[in-house]
Every structure is written in structure tokens, then in C-alpha cells.
Ligand binder design. Structure first.
Ligand code: BJW
Ligand code: ZN
Length: 256
């Protein structure tokens, strides 16, 4: 059993309103790379300034679109793991709001109903000129990582279509952010999973709960800036710790 999982299970069992807040580490064991991990993070191999800013898209739309198409196809091949299903099991047991920074759809595919996607989605796209929603092409030829692929053109104004994700310097979707702050303010327990807690304003969500007297449980194999606000730090991988937590709270049948 993961050390301290019993303490965390007590908090979870007693909670009346829960927030689960996830980052890239949540999907790591499904084979989706994180951003900042020292050996495998995307930002070790790719420059965020050249790929994840509006200026980068304006300068080289085919480079940026090709990189996102590569990531989209990687996610399409990935499968949710037992940690994603454990989150859905928590939702089935306690009123829960799931807030994710992830742009993949693994929570949805594990049975979570309506995650708030603070940083958008790989499976949404819109015109970079007129903002009209645009379809995400299905079955595009897979570009190797770093290979250019010209973006589709907007049906209304022929502007280049961009990924529906939130880049550095861009505002988060206001409705999702407001709902997230609301949920973090009103919950008695927030479970933060697999985030480095470095990217703002999302990183402030667990702090909102802690400041208002709610409990924070953190699941992460590494130390993060959120360690001091967490009542319990569960140092292990999401795919192992989350099922162990649900089992300890309600028994193994809760995950079926
Ligand atoms: C495991 C595990 C396992 C591994 N199990 N765990 C205040 C202070 C300083 C800077 C700023 C500030 N406020 C704003 C800023 C600027 C900037 C920012 O935060 N910069 C910092 C990096 C310094 N923020 C912004 O620009 C934001 N916008 C903004 O502020 O707009 C203002 C505005 C207002 C009004 C009008 C206009 C503007 C936008 C931020 C957008 C972030 N976008 C990205 C890319 C999304 C698209 C894409 O996917 O390509 O979002 S960056 C990237 O980081 C991605 C992630 O969602 C985000 C967070 O990363 P995350 O999820 O925490 O991943 P990692 O890799 O950092 O950590 C993984 C963790 O998992 C680690 O801890 C591992 O140990 C752990 N782990 N395996 C459990 N198996
Ligand atoms: Zn357009």
C-alpha cells in the first residue's frame, strides 16, 4: 500500500464535495508525454516558444499544425489507465468537479462526464482569423514529430485553422476558469494529480481550496511547489496510487 493512502482515504470518504485537478502526469502512464519531466518531457525536445505561442503559429503555421497533428495521433492510439477509471469512480461516489489542464480526451474515454478543460483540447480547432469553430481532420497522414503539415483553411474566411488549445500568453476559456475557481472555492477536498504546479493561472486552483480551509491531497512521484499546502502527499504514479486510494476509501468494488 502507498504510505499515507489510509489518511487520504479517510479525507476522501468524509468529503461532501470533491475537486479532482489533473495535469500531464495523469496521462504519462498512458504513453502521453508530460512537458517538464527531466528525461521524457516534451519541452526537453521541443521549444515551447516555437510551438506553443500565437506568435509561433503566425510565423510558421505548418510547423505548429504538424506538431499538434503528431500529438493528436499519439493520443488517439493511447488508452486510459486504471487511474483515469479511479477518477470516474470517485465521480460516481461523491459530487465531484473534474478540472484538467490536459488537452487529451482520456478522462472522457474512462467515463468522466464533463471535465473542465482549462487549456483547451487537441480535438477542437478554430479559425485563427475569425474564430469560427472548425472540424479537426480525421485520419490525416501522420507527420513525424517536427514535420510540417499545412493547416486546413476556414470554411468562412479561408484563414488558417489553429489548434483549440491555450498557448502561453493567451487567456484561459473564461467559463471553464470561472467554473473551476467556483468549484475549488466550494469543495472540502481537492485532489491534485500529476501537475508541476508551475503554469498560471491554473496552478492557483489548489491554492484557492487550501486558502479557504479545504483539504488538498497531492498525487505525484516528485516534490512540487504544492507540497506545503497538501495535507497528504502521495508520492507515486497516478495509475497505481489512485486505484489504491479508491480501494482504501470504499473497497475494490467501487471501481467496477
Ligand atoms: C506524474 C507521473 C505519474 C510524472 N503520475 N504524476 C504568474 C507567474 C509566472 C508566470 C505567469 C503567471 N501568470 C501567467 C504567467 C505566464 C504563463 C505561465 O504560467 N508561465 C510559467 C511557465 C512561468 N501563463 C500563461 O501564459 C497562461 N495565460 C495567461 O496567463 O494569460 C493571461 C491573459 C489574460 C487575459 C488576456 C490575455 C492573457 C496560459 C498558459 C497556457 C499553458 N499552455 C500549455 C500548452 C497547452 C497546449 C499543448 O498541450 O500544447 O499547457 S503549457 C503546458 O503546461 C500545458 C500544461 O497544461 C501546462 C501545465 O503542465 P503540467 O500539466 O503541470 O505538466 P508538467 O510537465 O509541468 O508536470 C508534470 C507533473 O507530473 C510533474 O510534476 C511530474 O512529477 C508528474 N508526473 N509522471 C503522477 N505517472
Ligand atoms: Zn475564418
Amino acid at each position: 500500500m502507498v504510505p499515507a493512502v489510509g489518511d487520504a482515504a479517510d479525507l476522501l470518504r468524509r468529503a461532501r464535495r470533491v475537486v479532482v485537478f489533473t495535469g500531464a502526469g495523469m496521462s504519462a502512464e498512458s504513453g502521453v508525454p508530460t512537458f517538464r519531466d527531466a528525461r521524457t518531457g516534451l519541452w526537453r525536445r521541443f521549444d515551447p516558444h516555437a510551438l506553443a505561442t500565437p506568435e509561433a503559429f503566425d510565423a510558421d503555421p505548418a510547423l505548429v499544425w504538424g506538431w499538434y497533428e503528431w500529438r493528436r495521433q499519439l493520443v488517439r492510439r493511447a488508452e486510459p489507465h486504471p487511474g483515469h477509471r479511479a477518477v470516474a469512480a470517485i465521480e460516481a461516489r461523491v459530487p465531484t468537479v473534474l478540472i484538467t489542464q490536459n488537452v487529451d480526451d482520456l478522462h472522457e474515454r474512462a467515463g468522466s462526464r464533463a471535465p473542465l478543460h482549462l487549456h483547451g483540447s487537441l480535438f477542437a480547432a478554430r479559425c485563427s482569423a475569425c474564430d469560427d469553430p472548425a472540424p479537426v481532420p480525421d485520419g490525416a497522414p501522420e507527420p513525424a514529430d517536427g514535420r510540417r503539415l499545412p493547416p486546413p483553411r476556414c470554411a468562412r474566411c479561408a484563414g488558417p485553422v489553429r489548434p483549440g488549445v491555450v498557448w502561453f500568453g493567451e487567456a484561459l476559456p473564461p467559463d471553464a476558469l470561472a467554473a473551476a475557481v467556483d468549484a475549488a472555492s466550494g469543495c472540502d477536498l481537492l485532489l491534485t494529480v500529476g501537475t508541476s504546479g508551475l503554469v498560471h493561472p491554473a496552478a492557483e486552483i489548489p491554492l484557492v481550496t487550501a486558502r479557504l480551509g479545504g483539504s488538498v491531497i497531492q498525487v505525484n512521484p516528485e516534490r512540487t511547489p504544492l507540497d506545503p499546502v497538501a495535507a497528504v502527499n502521495l508520492r507515486g504514479p497516478a495509475a497505481e496510487v489512485l486505484p489504491a486510494l479508491v480501494d482504501a476509501a470504499w473497497g475494490a468494488t467501487a471501481r467496477r
